[in-house]
Design a binder for this molecule. Structure first.
Ligand SMILES: NC(=O)c1ccc[n+]([C@@H]2O[C@H](COP(=O)([O-])OP(=O)(O)OC[C@H]3O[C@@H](n4cnc5c(N)ncnc54)[C@H](O)[C@@H]3O)[C@@H](O)[C@H]2O)c1
Length: 356
């Protein structure tokens, strides 16, 4: 895939190589219209350079839209390190990477993603100041899944209000696929609101946690069983691609709102959902609590301020669902339009020249 020939719309794509440490990284800056591009670093053993490039282009574009709708003064970027995080990650490699991040002088801010952890960001930070998502010992905010789950819950409440006239989930049957870091917190919010929770997870530890912590949860064998049971809301909180040609036709829920990234397996799935009358709260809108948290850390982390911003996911989701109805498009398209509008309108303000 060529950045120019495919007209991907990215501002900048940087290939970084350090032969001694074996570092091969690509940093993608999709847009800095709203501010420095923020997005995590994915450390992954891609099958090819082309696959790594494709991923960084998609992910950095996605971050621009996510950050725009989260109301952040940040653009969208992402980086990938091509390698096996278990075998190839060394202090020197991470620090070499940090120097490339520093060379962009704040056009790109990095953070954790698949294959990188807060401790890795502490190492990267020894070479660059443009890194967030740090460990608590280094002024970091800690576990981002707390606010991610809170934001998903807010997005789900907005969808419930749009569909049923009340944001309350009391008495609603909510199916949660994945009781990991986010799913666990989400379940607690749902139970507190009076929802009936049905859940599944292949991990024995997660199931044991559920049995012990929330014995009132109904546990089912797998996702297929979950989505074909009489749930009213489906919350995918595990892997991407949860909404696809196989799952959407049998899904019994009227609302989908969950934490997983990239829930729509391919373009067109949103139409399948609409045809079946299923209301979809776009993933990147409702799962923005995590990026809201790491963005807040840049200012000096304040949990209450970050939580307030994550609570606004409720208003944003409602706005998107209403826009979708008004314009006769899917919520996914409405979300994209709203993000593009903010990038264009607020980004344009840079043209008002300020005296130096
Ligand atoms: N953690 C965050 O702050 C954050 C922020 C934004 C988006 N997300 C997204 O939310 C999703 C969950 O994130 P997490 O941090 O909770 O991850 P996690 O790895 O802690 O949890 C995922 C859980 O899903 C379970 N799982 C795996 N396959 C499954 C299947 N087929 N059916 C049901 N469960 C299955 C795993 O056993 C695990 O318990 C991911 O897609 C992630 O990208 C997370």
């Amino acid at each position: 895939m060529g950045v120019f020939s495919a007209d991907t719309g990215h501002e900048q794509v940087v290939f970084c190589q350090d032969r001694t440490t074996g570092l091969k990284a690509i940093i993608g800056v999709y847009s800095t219209a709203l501010g420095p591009a923020l997005g995590g670093t994915r450390f992954y053993p891609y099958a090819s350079e082309e696959e790594a490039l494709h991923d960084v282009l998609e992910l950095s574009r996605g971050m621009a839209y996510k950050n725009a709708l989260a109301g952040l003064d940040l653009g969208g970027g992402k980086a990938v390190i091509w390698g096996d995080p278990v075998l190839d990650k060394t202090e020197a490699l991470l620090r070499a990477y940090g120097r490339f991040v520093q060379s962009l002088n704040g056009r790109y801010w990095t953070a954790c993603d698949v294959g990188t952890y807060v401790q890795d960001m502490d190492v990267v930070a020894r070479e660059t100041r443009f890194v967030t998502g740090r460990s608590v010992e280094h002024g970091g905010a800690g576990d981002s899944s707390i606010l991610t789950a809170w934001g998903v819950f807010q997005g789900m409440r907005a969808a419930a209000e749009h569909r049923w006239g009340s944001p309350s989930l009391r008495g609603r049957r909510v199916g949660v696929a994945g009781l990991g870091k986010v799913g666990k917190y989400l379940v607690a919010h749902l139970l507190e609101d009076g929802a009936e929770v049905v859940a599944t997870d292949p991990s024995e530890a997660a199931i044991a946690w559920a049995r012990q912590t929330h014995p009132q949860i109904t546990l089912v064998g797998d996702v297929q069983e979950l989505i074909t049971s009489d749930i009213e809301v489906y919350a995918p909180c595990a892997l991407g691609g949860a909404l696809n040609d196989d799952t959407v036709p049998v899904l019994r829920a009227q609302i989908v709102a969950g934490a997983a990234n990239n829930q729509l397996a391919h373009p067109g799935v949103e139409k399948l959902l609409a045809e079946r009358g299923i209301l979809y709260a776009p993933d990147y809108v409702v799962n923005a609590g995590g990026v809201i948290q790491v963005a807040d850390e840049i200012e000096g982390f304040n949990f209450d301020r970050a939580k307030l911003r994550a609570t606004k996911i409720y208003t944003t989701t409602k706005q998107i669902l209403e826009l979708a109805d008004d314009e006769g498009v899917s919520p996914a398209t409405a979300a994209d339009r709203l993000a593009e509008r903010r990038m264009a309108e607020v980004g344009r303000l840079q043209t008002i020249r300020l005296p130096r």
